[in-house]
Ligand binder design. Structure first.
Ligand code: SF4
Length: 352
């Protein structure tokens, strides 16, 4: 059996590389800012979902300097809809650190990059390899899948990650680390897919151990995940007669930190709707809307029951809240779960 060679993968990449908005054209050096921003956006999200956000984000913040100088609400608003908002906060903090501590230039080593806010092992490896051609491993889900199949690694993830990393580094060609990293990503995304991998088109079909035994789809092996316990809560949509909506901003740290929301109860397992009126921001006639909103966060599923009420035009917002005029709602950084709440209350995309 032949051993897998980087040259075969690179020859395939030279013919089939994906054209991506953050990717430099063949032979040109990638812009570290664009590579870094795209890698942060791509965590837990697909290329198709990221593309329109990325284009808008780059039009608004074309340089690390522009991003660092922007108010955090603007960054959160440009991010809204991508989820995992701690990444947006770290993105902003990282841009500020690059400007403040590195005179606007990203460090060009894995270690230097890892010292920046929000940059973990994967992102540091990806930016070091793609933007600076450092021989660094960028191991994400795609790469784990390719490598565990190629070598039939039966150890379960995430424990098998160091072994996967070692295999990537062993295969890395000295001349083109950036292209090799991107070629592995492309192979995982387009050929070595989770279901029905197109092995017939794969440059590593000969040396691939899993393909030879027909066990491709049994890799990667994963330790079973524990499902989070469902939490419940109530969300209160209060509309003033002048069209303004009662909102507040979530605390800066923690889940959906810094994002906008309508007032809600606590979100917890066993929350009883019978007592929801006590959690409402006003004593008034609340109308319960159906069906409840369901949303799945990384660690738990959530079910929010939406209540709606109206208030006179001269109603003042309680402390820590604000009435946002209807025409300004588009500027509020709502997370996806709140967009669902607003949609249930009749503020869908067309109603905003
Ligand atoms: S031969 Fe098939 S399973 Fe093996 S790396 Fe290629 S696409 Fe993946």
């Amino acid at each position: 059996m032949t051993a897998p060679a980087a040259a075969d993968l690179l020859a395939w990449y030279d013919r089939h590389r994906r054209a991506l908005p953050w990717r430099a054209v063949a032979g040109e050096r990638a812009d570290p800012y664009r590579v870094w921003a795209s890698e942060i956006m791509l965590q837990q999200t697909t290329v198709t979902a990221v593309k329109p956000y990325y284009e808008r984000f780059m039009a608004r913040f074309p340089t690390v300097e522009a991003l660092a100088a922007a108010p955090s609400e603007d960054v959160m608003q440009a991010w809204a809809g991508l989820g995992y908002y701690s990444r947006a906060r770290n993105l902003h903090a990282c841009a500020i650190a690059v400007m403040g501590e590195h005179r606007g230039r990203f460090p060009d080593t894995e270690e230097g990059l890892r010292a920046l806010p929000g940059i973990g092992a994967y992102t540091a490896g990806a930016v070091a390899a793609i933007a600076f051609d450092r021989p660094a491993a960028a191991v994400d889900g795609n790469v784990e899948r390719v490598m565990t199949r190629l070598f039939a690694i039966t150890d379960e993830l995430p424990g098998a990650r160091p072994l996967v990393r070692e295999r990537v580094l062993n295969l890395m060609p000295p001349g083109r680390p950036g292209d090799f990293a991107q070629a592995l990503m492309d192979l995982g995304a387009t050929i070595c897919t989770p279901r029905n991998p197109a092995c017939g088109l794969c440059p590593w079909r000969e040396p691939c151990v899993a393909r030879r035994s027909g066990t491709q789809e049994s890799f990667p092996r994963k330790a079973p995940k524990k499902a989070g316990v469902i939490r419940h809560g109530a969300a209160f949509v209060l509309l003033r007669q002048d069209g303004a909506l009662l909102l507040r901003t979530r605390p800066p740290k923690g889940l959906l930190g810094g994002m906008a929301e309508v007032p809600t109860s606590e979100w917890r397992a066993g929350y009883e709707l019978d007592g929801a009126a006590q959690d409402a921001p006003f004593v008034t006639r609340w109308h319960r809307l159906n069906p409840p909103v369901r949303h799945v966060f990384t660690h738990f599923p959530l079910e929010l029951t939406v209540f709606r009420a109206e208030a006179p035009a001269d109603t003042a917002a309680p402390p820590g809240m604000r009435f946002t005029p209807r025409e300004d709602l588009g500027r509020e950084p709502f997370p996806s779960v709140m967009l669902k709440v607003l949609e249930t209350a009749g503020f869908g995309p067309s109603g905003r």
